[in-house]
Design a protein around this ligand. Structure first.
Ligand SMILES: *Cc1c(COP(=O)(O)O)cnc(C)c1O
Length: 362
């Protein structure tokens, strides 16, 4: 078998090898059923066990309090951009968006279809190199909610501390850093994340919603696009993405086996550090896009001083077996996504490759 790639893809991204191998083993006969997980009825006891275990593992790993529901939806984080204002914003009503990158821009654009979203703060004027300081943020009690993006996959910035919004529901897109570090779920009214970065394969979207928010839902939203529809039915109102949920459950089991979120956090810090150190010690040969105090542990964005050299770097990195190092098409440059399942060895290999490339080219 070909060696596993050094996979730095931004999403879909690396999955733990142990999970892939377990899925392979169970692929045609899941636990003696004589069927693949994909062939089970979503109403069967065997599937229900998979489904409920995935929910309880997530609740336990993230210490999700009892007053929250965990939902498995479809449509990606992108559908959440629409579902949130469709359910919680009324015509003429305001909602505050904290703008930290392309995903915040996409989110607010959908909210404009339903109400009056506005910018609480924006780091656009510095090319989204920073997360706004908490002291810059002011909130308006009348707002339907406040929305932020906890990790900016494209620009490589990440919130270190979250704002206190009092009675205003705080909503976060955590697609690219959920489960990478401990979070205090009780600070949020709703958290959402497409699974394909840290949680599993694409096709499942996780929503963690505080039950009292469900009561504020606009009643005229279509059935499938109401959170309460899925909350009332344990995300089994219709056929859920069963195989994706099974894989997500196995990724969560893997996180438990690694020692839980604290161990994962520590590994993520070590992985990011070895690459950031390479950038910082390169005397400007490489330079980071994000300002140091806003740097993401999940998406490391950097550039080379010279565009031709940058192209050469990306070409040679590809030849050397590194996958997914091109920056997002909207910003260019380089990006290494070091999600939970990316092993330290891959980050170390990248750091060494960067060091050698610099030596040869300066
Ligand atoms: C990847 C990503 C999205 C888009 O997710 P889809 O599941 O493709 O809709 C949204 N927000 C953030 C922060 C992301 O990283």
């Amino acid at each position: 078998m070909k060696q596993r790639a050094y996979n730095f893809n931004a999403g879909p991204s690396a999955l733990p090898l142990a999970v892939l191998e377990k899925a392979q083993k169970e692929f045609v006969d899941f636990q003696g059923t004589g069927m693949s997980v994909m062939e089970l009825s979503h109403r069967s006891a065997a599937y229900e066990e998979v489904h409920n275990q995935a929910i309880s593992r997530l609740k336990s790993l993230l210490s999700i309090p009892d007053q929250y529901e965990v939902l498995f939806l479809q449509g990606g984080a992108s559908l959440q951009f629409s579902m949130i204002p469709m359910n919680f914003l009324s015509a003429g009503q305001q909602a505050g968006y904290i703008m930290t990158g392309s995903w915040s821009e996409k989110a607010i654009k959908e909210a404009e279809l339903f109400g009056k979203p506005y910018h609480i703060a924006s780091s656009k004027k510095n090319q989204y190199r920073t997360i706004p300081a908490l002291s810059e943020l002011t909130f308006n009690e009348q707002d339907a909610y406040v929305h932020l993006t906890s990790n900016n996959t494209i620009y490589g910035t990440q919130w270190k501390e979250f704002p206190e919004t009092g009675n205003i529901p705080l909503i976060a897109d955590m697609s690219s850093d959920i489960l990478s570090r401990p979070i205090d779920v009780s600070r949020f009214a709703l958290i959402y994340a497409g699974a394909q970065k840290n949680l599993g394969p694409s096709g499942v979207t996780v929503v963690i919603i505080r039950k009292d928010l469900l009561e504020k839902e606009n009643s005229d939203a279509p059935t499938m696009l109401k959170y309460s529809t899925h909350a009332k039915t344990n995300s089994l109102f219709h056929t859920p993405p069963t195989f994706g949920i099974y894989m997500l459950g196995e990724v969560l089991r893997w996180v438990e086996e690694q020692g839980g979120i604290d161990v994962i956090t520590q590994k993520n810090e070590e992985k990011a550090k070895i690459i950031y150190d390479t950038i910082d010690q390169s005397h400007g040969f490489y330079y980071g896009h994000a300002e140091k105090d806003s740097r993401s542990l999940m998406n490391i964005t950097f550039r080379l001083n010279d565009e031709d050299l940058e192209k050469k770097f990306l070409t040679e990195a590809k030849e050397a077996g590194f996958v997914g190092l091109n920056g997002h098409r909207s910003v260019g440059g380089c990006r290494a996504s070091t999600y939970n399942a990316v092993p330290f060895e891959a980050c170390k290999a990248l750091s060494e490759f960067m060091g050698e490339f610099q030596q040869k080219n300066s």
